[in-house]
Design a protein around this ligand. Sequence first.
Ligand code: TMP
Ligand code: ASP
Length: 239
Amino acid sequence: MQKLKQIYEGKAKKVYGTDDPELYIVDYKDDATAFNGLKKGTIAGKGVINNRMSNLLMQMLEKNGIPTHFVRELSERETLVKKVSIVPLEVIVRNIAAGSFSKRYGVAEGLVFDEPVLEFSYKNDALGDPLLNTSHALALKLATPAEIETIKGYALKIDRILQRFWAECGVTLADFKLEFGRTSDGRIILADEISPDTCRLWDSATGEKLDKDRFRRDLGGVEGAYAEVMQRLLAHDAD
Ligand code: TMP
Ligand code: ASP
């Protein structure tokens, strides 16, 4: 499968058309940004890890009944995916208070929720991805009521699957962000990526951060953390 015209360049990935109108190729970069692009950097080898990890997790989710955009890994950094139009919602699931939740509501990181918190933000860089609720999303016609219900159901099911999986790797899944897409026949499927860029992954024993917060907060050891969490996933898969 050949890359044709570049369709889109995001902060961490490029997307290309192919000779099949229903398939795209995603190419993962090492570029990292935070705070809506204000902070810029490079995490060496990140693209390779995020490509592999996202593909392994999406295949695991597919086996558990979640439809995803994954088709086939093409190379270290490239994956063939189903063409979708992205629903402009960042779907965040939180199991433990951290990041913007802790800041907004004035609670310490680490408060464990009794039930997962499901949050939407409007995927719009110019507006800084503002938080919104279901009524807002419907008013803005970002998705239909049925699509929102499907997305919520998938997001909570994905949380249950991923929490269990990461726990078996000795990793606590504090929170994560998902994006969903619409296929040309109108189905909602999981798209984008699941990686240390888009999840908060904490060592279950020590609480050490093994994700992009090391970059966001200048904690050092960024590459090592990505490599460590990838190694844990591969060790689990080899069992
Ligand atoms: P937050 O606490 O900053 O709102 O982040 C919640 C989760 O979403 C966290 O796992 C990181 C992820 N995330 C992204 O994937 N992309 C983003 O642009 C932001 C702000 C967060
Ligand atoms: N994707 C976000 C950005 O640059 C960063 C983040 O993950 O915090 O804006």
